[in-house]
Design a protein around this ligand. Sequence first.
Ligand code: ATP
Length: 234
Amino acid sequence: MILEVDNIHTYYGESHALQGISLNLKEGETVCLLGRNGAGKSTTLRSIIGLSAPCTGRVSFQGRDITGQPAYRNARAGIGLVPEDRRIFPGLSVRENLEIAEYRRPGATRQWTIERIFDEYPMLGELAGQDGSTLSGGQQQMLAVARSLMSEPTLLLLDEPNEGLAPVIVKQIGALIDQLSKTTTILFTDQSVHFALKHAQRAYILEKGMIVHEASSQALINDTETQHRYLSVA
Ligand code: ATP
């Protein structure tokens, strides 16, 4: 297992956001966390990377206990997070947004360089000199994912990569996930079942801070009752 999350509970003040989440990912898997607004998907990702420390339970990455370890250390250890709001730095060009993420953790292979990013995603190359904050939502999402690749993550956490994007752009994000999943383990969140089932092998469904269902994508495609009970079925 590359990631093991064992019975974590996470609070925001008095609010008990995660109430015993357990999940795991094998190396190379692409897995989706599904659930409606407020189900706890972002908090699960934040608890894994260390932005919201769980108060009990355990998170292990590559067999090492990382529970409560600060996010910067987890990033150095190889966990990348693309947050829901993308966090593109305004006032910095597309190239500069990539350059500031060019941290090489010890032992990382230099698979991703700015040149390779521009080769693979020519749209970003064409926008290299443009202020990142002036990009469209879809372009910003591509940039946010590309930026996370600069630190060569072995586990990539993507928080609602499709939020607010037009269907044609959602297709491009799907293609990007498919491509990255050939070399990286990915855990992403989504609210709607269709995208998840197309691009992930398995899914966990969250409700009120708990995992209420786990299934392969194939099984979930045919399980309309579960889809209707727990998800927004667009
Ligand atoms: P969304 O799709 O809306 O992001 P989500 O499934 O990612 O939903 P979370 O954002 O993890 O859900 O929220 C889980 C619970 O924690 C919700 O009840 C939410 O209101 C609460 N919560 C999230 N962030 C905070 C915060 N900073 N302070 C207090 N409560 C929070």
